[in-house]
Design a protein around this ligand. Structure first.
Ligand code: AMP
Ligand code: ZN
Length: 114
């Protein structure tokens, strides 16, 4: 499958990984929009939020658990951060492998500015 994030999961495309477990991988966004900009993705190829099924409940929980852990590790938990999922064209999704943006490290602008 020609999916850039699946290739990051497999390790055939390099990334600056900050977290990995059985379910998820997290790595620095290649074009950071904030001092901390990390993408958290399921290892399973799920194209968009619309494709999440009831069987994916554990994976989704792992994404949010990873976000909490990474925010703490990055030293931004107390000051705060933002989690974003872009879904399909109107949401601005570019890579069609589910991912959550973890943004922080500064006071972010109004909601949804990037
Ligand atoms: P989205 O618009 O939500 O689909 O965001 C996709 C994000 O993936 C963008 O912020 C890109 O900068 C990021 N991105 C694309 N390719 C890579 C890559 N090879 N490594 C890290 N981040 C990437
Ligand atoms: Zn994929």
């Amino acid at each position: 499958m020609d999916c850039i994030f699946c290739k990051i999961v497999e390790g055939t495309i390099p990334s600056k990984k900050v977290f990995e477990n059985e379910y998820v991988v997290a790595f620095h966004d290649i074009q950071p929009a904030a001092p901390v900009h990390i993408l958290i993705i399921p290892k399973k190829h799920i194209p968009t939020m619309n494709d999440v099924s009831d069987e994916d409940a554990a994976v989704i929980a792992e994404i949010f658990k990873a976000a909490r852990t990474i925010a703490k590790e990055q030293g931004i938990a107390e000051n705060g951060y933002r989690l974003i999922n872009n879904c399909n064209a109107d949401g601005g999704q570019v890579v069609y492998h589910l991912h959550i943006h973890l943004l922080g490290g500064e006071k972010l602008g109004p909601l949804l500015s990037k």
